[in-house]
Design a protein around this ligand. Structure first.
Ligand code: NAP
Ligand code: MG
Length: 516
């Protein structure tokens, strides 16, 4: 019997022990930079002439690795390898499948500093953000392993005289797993292993800006001797091979996390029945957000400022849960803004692979940098910049913490996902207006409200329409099975990753009756 699930706890990098271990891990990773990583199709390593070059966003001439890049031929091979492996893997006992995950979690936990260090290099995560990402990956493996053990076997139904009745959950088939880059270990490993532990076989196409960390994870699953063809590793450009993976008639489901635009495209393409396709595809789509923190006139302003800064600027604002709108009651606006700006000014920024424990790194790539800078220009038209355009280091995609006040609820800065360290402050009067502004976007992922007034909180409990709602704390940092994660409206299908309903999305129920 396993111990009950418990999320991993974080370390404190201000302490000498963890700091030393992180420095050693960074050194180890530095010695392994620039290596080649092949595709994995049906258990075979496959090289390609075309490569994805992964770089350090904070030091653009530093190459993290070269990863083989699949074209549609290799994507098709991966689908047929997965299809073949499904015949065997779908019949493996659920407890046995679960143990592959528990074993992989043990390996990851032993190497947690090393995996964190890879994310510091490949993504410019701060040490603690990288460490939290690795912890979450361990949590997904431990939790989904236990969940599969719970969900395996026969499930109760109402007894009926003269018959034996049961319901079992069986896998779907071949799945395309398409994760984003921003939680390159946790989300990638969580989506992949949820599909695998439920008896499906998959093609994992990692995000093109985070392929090395995915390759390292695939090595761990190989070390666990996961049977060939169960997890096919197929890095490649989403716009080049995405359609092949999504539209293939043997693809039974697609699990995607990423932007609204790509998610909606997958939803539409997967809905169309292809020639020789004998099922309706299932899609699990988790998309963007325009998340906010609401601060009422009854809030602890110091706590609200601390929560807003952590939610807006942690990992450079590149979390789907990041606070990009600070919606404040006019009565406390000035006091709150002063405190937020004061705190944000003190945040350190630089290349997080250095020996210093910095708060912020660079944003992921040139396209992200350009997009964020263009929104800073829009912000200057739509409001007043009270922080931003400060000096940043050279050589990487650095954007400093940026705050605009005077933003109208319907402004572009208040409606469109920027995915960077840009915070729009919006004023409202009273709880009705504050909640209307909070709900006034097409998204509904995370939100927080700071108030000591019970009436405000209970109104929010029912009316604040987001998948993950927090009272008197920041809107980022959901933990596996503590805050199952997923959003409403254009934030996706609310699949609640890291929750007790999640594995069912990767299975179908079969009812069996024997009459005696
Ligand atoms: P993205 O650009 O949509 O990419 C996500 C994945 O889709 C990548 O693997 C990408 O591959 C692939 N892709 C791109 N075009 C495709 C196509 N036509 N067909 C199939 N796949 C395609 O998103 P991102 O920039 O990686 O991630 C940031 C977004 O993810 C934000 O919007 C954020 O809010 C959202 N997000 C949501 C959650 C959540 O739980 N709701 C969690 C994390 C992130 P390439 O890299 O090769 O383009
Ligand atoms: Mg992208």
């Amino acid at each position: 019997m396993l111990t009950p699930f418990m999320p991993e706890s974080y370390v404190n990098f201000a302490e000498e022990g963890p700091r030393q271990r992180m420095l050693e891990a960074l050194e180890l990773v530095r010695s392994q930079l620039g290596r080649d990583y092949p595709l994995r199709i049906g258990g075979r390593k496959v090289d390609t002439s075309d490569k994805i070059k992964s770089i350090n966003p904070a030091k653009n001439d530093e190459i993290i690795g070269h990863v083989a890049k699949a074209g549609s031929d290799q994507a098709l091979q991966a689908i047929s390898a997965a299809d073949e492996a499904f015949k065997h893997w779908s019949r493996v006992d659920p407890d046995v499948r679960a143990r592959y995950l528990i074993k992989a979690a043990a390996i990851l936990r032993r190497r947690i500093y090393e995996f964190s260090a890879w994310m510091v290099y490949e993504e410019s995560k701060s040490w603690i953000e990288a460490y939290a990402d690795a912890c979450e990956a361990v949590d997904f493996l431990e939790f989904y392993g236990r969940e599969m053990m719970r969900m395996g076997g026969s499930h109760p139904v109402t007894p009926f005289a003269g018959e034996e009745n049961e319901v079992r959950y069986i896998p779907l088939g071949v799945g395309a797993i398409i994760p984003p880059w921003n939680f390159p270990l946790a989300i990638m490993a969580g989506m992949t292993t949820a599909a695998v532990v439920t008896g499906n076989t998959v093609i994992l196409k990692p995000a093109s800006t985070a392929p090395v960390i995915a390759a390292k994870f695939v090595e761990v699953m190989e070390e666990c001797m996961l049977p060939p063809g169960v997890l096919n590793f197929c890095p490649g450009s989403g716009s080049e091979i995405g359609d092949t993976l999504v539209e293939h008639p043997r693809t039974r489901f697609v699990a995607f996390t990423g932007s609204r635009e790509v998610g909606v495209g997958i939803h539409e393409k997967a809905a169309r029945v292809q020639k020789d396709q004998i099922w309706l595809k299932r899609t699990i789509l988790e998309m963007g957000g325009k998340d906010c923190i609401v601060v009422t006139d009854a809030a602890d302003i110091e706590a609200a400022a601390e929560g807003a800064v952590a939610s807006a600027f942690g990992f450079q604002g590149q979390k789907c849960s990041a606070c990009s709108r600070l919606i404040t009651d006019a009565k406390v606006h000035d006091q709150l803004v002063d405190k937020v700006v004061e705190r944000a000014k003190k945040l350190t920024l630089g290349n997080t692979t250095s020996s210093e424990n910095l708060y912020m790194g660079a944003v992921i790539d040139q396209a992200a940098y350009d997009k964020i800078r263009s929104y800073v220009d829009i912000g200057k038209q739509e409001g007043n910049m009270v922080l931003g355009d400060t000096q940043v280091p050279a050589g990487g995609y650095f954007v400093p913490p940026t705050i605009f006040t005077g933003i109208k609820p319907n402004a572009r800065l208040a409606q469109e996902e920027i995915f960077g360290p840009v915070l729009a402050v919006i004023k409202g009067n009273g709880i009705n207006e504050l909640l209307d502004i909070a709900n006034g976007t097409e998204y509904g992922l995370t939100g927080a409200i700071y108030s000591n007034d019970r009436v405000h909180l209970e109104r929010a409990r029912h009316e604040f329409h987001v998948g993950n709602l927090y009272f008197n704390r920041k809107c980022t940092g959901a933990l596996v099975d503590v805050q199952p994660f997923g959003g409403f409206n254009m934030s996706g299908t609310d699949s609640k990753a890291g929750g007790r309903d999640y594995l069912q999305l990767f299975m179908q129920a079969k009812s069996v009756t024997e009459r005696w």
